[in-house]
Design a protein around this ligand. Structure first.
Ligand SMILES: [Zn+2]
Length: 78
């Protein structure tokens, strides 16, 4: 899923370490971890400190939990 609003984790806005972007994160839920992909698409993905419980709280139940990061990206059509 994409996350159009600033992504706040534990009271801090998550920003890309490369470009400082903080909106439009692509949030990909894997089996037991959550990855973030910078909206400036060629930046590296960011393994978040989030977990799937966080994802579920913020996004509702996950309908499809991807096996790999690449699988998640394919599912997004990117
Ligand atoms: Zn970036």
């Amino acid at each position: 899923m994409t996350h159009p609003h600033p992504l706040v984790v534990d009271g801090d806005v998550r920003a890309c370490g490369t470009c400082g972007s903080y909106r439009g994160w692509v949030v990909i839920s894997l089996r037991d971890e959550v990855w973030l992909r910078c909206p400036a698409s060629r930046h590296e993905q960011h393994k978040s400190h989030l977990d799937t419980a966080w994802h579920d709280r913020h996004s509702g139940p996950v309908t499809h939990r991807h096996d790999t990061y690449d699988d998640g990206l394919r599912n997004l059509g990117s």
